[in-house]
Design a binder for this molecule. Structure first.
Ligand code: ATP
Ligand code: MG
Length: 110
C-alpha cells in the first residue's frame, strides 16, 4: 500500500466544497506536487493531512495508520508554511526558507 492514502476526503465550509471526495495515494520517496487554480482546495487538503483541520468525510492513512483524530504535533507530518512566522528581521528570502526547513527538520528530530 502507498505511504499516504487519502480516501474520499471531503471538507466543506458552508456551501463551499473546498475538498470534494479526493482520493490520493503517495508512495514512500515519491516527490509529489499539488498544483491547481487559486481556491481549488490545495491548502485545505494539506491542512487536513497535517491535522490543523479535520475532514467532514473520508479517511486519511499514513503507513496504514489512520490520522484523523491525531493532533498535528503527534503526526509524523511536517509543514514548511507559506508565511514563515518569523520576527521582522534582516533575513533574506532564502534565509527565511532555510529557517523554515530547519524548523520542520527539528520537529522530525525532536
Ligand atoms: N476557514 C475557511 N472558511 C471558509 N472558507 C474557506 C476556509 N478555508 C478555505 N475556504 C475556502 O475553501 C476554498 C479552498 O481554499 P484553499 O485555501 O484550500 O485554496 P487553495 O487551493 O490553497 O488556493 P490558493 O492557491 O489561492 O492558495 C476557497 O473557496 C476558500 O475560500
Ligand atoms: Mg493555498
Amino acid at each position: 500500500m502507498a505511504l499516504l492514502n487519502n480516501r474520499h476526503v471531503s471538507r466543506r465550509f458552508g456551501e463551499i466544497k473546498a475538498v470534494d471526495d479526493v482520493c490520493l495515494s503517495i508512495e514512500g520517496g515519491e516527490f509529489f506536487t499539488l498544483v491547481g487554480p487559486s481556491g481549488c482546495g490545495k491548502t485545505t487538503l494539506l491542512r487536513l493531512i497535517a491535522g490543523f483541520d479535520e475532514p467532514d468525510a473520508g479517511e486519511l492513512l499514513l503507513d496504514v495508520q489512520p490520522l484523523v483524530g491525531i493532533p498535528p504535533e503527534k503526526r509524523p507530518v511536517h509543514t514548511v508554511f507559506q508565511s514563515y512566522t518569523l520576527f521582522p528581521h534582516e533575513l533574506s528570502g532564502g534565509q527565511k526558507q532555510r529557517v523554515a526547513l530547519a524548523r520542520a527538520a527539528d520537529q522530525v528530530a525532536g
